[in-house]
Design a protein around this ligand. Structure first.
Ligand SMILES: [Zn+2]
Length: 280
């Protein structure tokens, strides 16, 4: 039984998952497992990457604004890495919105007129809405209103995904990725117990309180795919601490993905282990 309020629409069309991300490499840690798993289950998967990642590291770890950082070359490299990552995850369709990476909060790149974070929400949301009309995803995943960690492009990705979903009315279920507070705390404990002191202290309020998490998906069969996908983003390796963790810690960190369901127009359990619960 369903309580779909658009009868004949949500249940008849090809099952489709759309993940809306800010930069090349964001697709892996929080959603690489569900993208690989749902693809393997025959569900169509669509990754939307909003920026080209120009504000990433250049060759040899050159940071944006430093001599030798070439935005165009960084973008080209990162989009090539994205294609490799997508191949490891098996994602069916990749859609690039092609906006300019705004850089982290406070960076010079924030002021660039073309930076994604400076594009009017309705302008970028209209482009994303076209993709929603084309693929008609029942399930959409993006970041929470803080972009999960405050990056201006992640916040903007959240805003345009919410606006496009509202405008089109297409998704039956809408999710934010979550960083589970308790699992992160356990991972840090594990690392300390294994002599790997993380280089920062976790604030008590780090991550998503566990009681807000509605959906936990077991993606343990796809840990290797995620790892290979993450390794594909080699040019950003310095910024990806997961790559330097021992295999046990990687397995622990990668085998589940966590979400907050904000909307469901179909009947699904309050606590679910499948984002397509109620849709198949
Ligand atoms: Zn990002």
């Amino acid at each position: 039984m369903t309580v779909n309020d658009t009868p004949g629409d949500g249940m008849d069309r090809e099952l489709t998952l759309m993940a809306v991300h800010a930069h090349p490499d964001d697709e892996v840690i929080g959603t690489g497992g569900i993208l690989a798993k749902y693809t393997a289950e025959g569900i169509r998967t669509v990754l939307v990457t909003c920026t080209n990642g120009e504000q990433g590291d250049g060759p040899g770890g050159v940071k944006p604004g430093e001599p030798g950082h070439d935005d165009a070359a960084v973008a080209e490299r990162r989009l090539a890495e994205l294609r490799e990552s997508v191949a490891h995850l098996g994602i069916d369709h990749v859609e690039l919105l092609g906006y300019r990476d705004s850089g982290m909060d406070g960076w010079d790149g924030n002021g660039h007129a073309d930076a994604f974070a400076n594009v009017p929400v309705e302008t970028a949301a209209a482009r994303l809405a076209e993709l929603m009309e084309r693929y008609r995803p029942q399930v959409i995943v993006t970041y929470d209103e803080n972009g999960n960690y405050g990056h201006p492009d992640h916040i903007q990705a959240h805003r345009i995904a919410v606006a496009a979903a509202e405008k089109t009315g297409i998704p039956d279920k809408f999710y934010y990725t979550a960083v589970p507070r308790e699992a992160i705390r356990q991972m840090f404990e594990f690392m300390r117990a294994n002599g790997m002191a993380p280089d920062f202290e976790l604030p008590d309020d780090f991550g998503t309180p566990d009681e807000l998490i509605s959906s936990v998906v077991d993606v343990s069969p796809y840990v290797e795919n995620k790892l290979k996908a993450l390794q594909a983003h080699a040019s950003q390796g310095e910024n990806i601490p997961f790559l330097r963790m021992p295999p046990e810690a990687q397995h622990q960190a990668f085998s589940r993905e966590y979400f907050i369901r904000t909307t469901s127009r179909v009947a699904a359990p309050d606590q679910e282990d499948d984002l397509f619960a109620g849709l198949r």
